[in-house]
Design a protein around this ligand. Structure first.
Ligand SMILES: [Zn+2]
Length: 116
């Protein structure tokens, strides 16, 4: 399985943490909370493994990585109806419009870095 994506995301997360620790004049990061969209293509388990491997000699050596999975969130551009779903839909269940826009669940977002 291809883990390059997860590996570079983990690397970027740790780099972000190092900056934050430096900025706050803290010594380490206790927890990192991220949100991973279910359509982002990121494997949470692989990301966790990569993170746990890369973190060892960094400010993140004690860090717990919390991954919140985010369902797909869509909005109907016609009636404004918003809903969370597991699989993309093409038609609004309320008004039948096909003007559906994905507004969440497609990427990864860093929510919180807790330093100490
Ligand atoms: Zn609608």
């Amino acid at each position: 399985m291809d883990t390059i994506q997860e590996h570079s995301i983990a690397q970027a997360l740790i780099e972000g943490c190092e900056e934050k620790v430096k900025k706050n004049k803290h010594r380490k990061v206790t927890e990192v909370i991220i949100k991973v969209g279910i359509t982002s293509g990121i494997e949470p388990e692989l990301l966790k493994t990569s993170f746990d491997t890369l973190k060892l000699k960094t400010v993140c050596h004690d860090t717990f990585l919390t991954i919140n999975l985010q369902d797909i969130k869509v909005r109907c551009e016609k009636c404004g109806h918003e809903l969370e779903i597991m699989k993309f839909i093409h038609t609004c269940p309320l008004c039948g419009s096909q003007d559906i826009k994905i507004i969440d669940g497609y990427d990864m977002q860093l929510l919180q870095v807790i330093t100490k």
